[in-house]
Write a protein that binds this ligand. Sequence first.
Ligand code: C5P
Length: 236
Amino acid sequence: MTLNTKPVIVALDFPDAKSALDLAARLDPSECRVKVGKELHTAAGPQVVDALMHWGFDVFLDLKFHDIPNTVAGACRVAASQEVWMINVHASGGSRMMLAAREAVDFASTKPLLIGVTVLTSLSDADMVEIGFIGPAVDNVLRLASLTKACGLDGVVCSAQEAAGLKAALGAGFQLVTPGIRLESEAKGDQQRVVTPVDAIRRGADFLVIGRSISHAKDPITALHSINQQLANVLA
Ligand code: C5P
């Protein structure tokens, strides 16, 4: 399967390796990729990443590094050495931090996709004011995404609400990874800038990060298949 015929990344947001691996064992690596984030990685470390890769999954290591350039470069170097498929850093760490991450990844023998986190999809325009960002979320996303591209990263994490504008401004090759995905019937939960899977793809998202809509579904595999079927119709 090529990149865009496998757009779903299932977020394995679990507090222990067993729960994550129980779900992963039911997933087919030809039908989705998986994401290991802070909760699972804090509980289970690189071993769970190795186990998932051993089963054939592309792993997005979503640790959202945000620190001084030297520390972020070191973390990216270690992540790249684990041969994961995708890693990310916070764009608001600034250009020196992102350039250090880029350089660290470029020295690796296997280069993961290196992605910048723009504005978390849990943040609204009102939250922008609270944390001192000027303007609405969409303006901050474009500014941070442009900076990310200028630093040579491969794409950004953003809301699919911003995808069309980013594709137009930054080009088709700049990868857009979009969490904040919700099915039509679902509540937003702690997310703010949400979009349905089909709408996300239509707006130009390359990858959809989907957590609870799959992992908390009564039948996660049926939920994934139903989403993939809807997306196949759009992508065709
Ligand atoms: O359950 P839900 O679909 O909301 O999960 C979204 C996942 O995407 C979580 O693992 C969260 O950490 C991640 N994520 C996000 N917003 C970002 C980056 C990552 O929600 N900007």
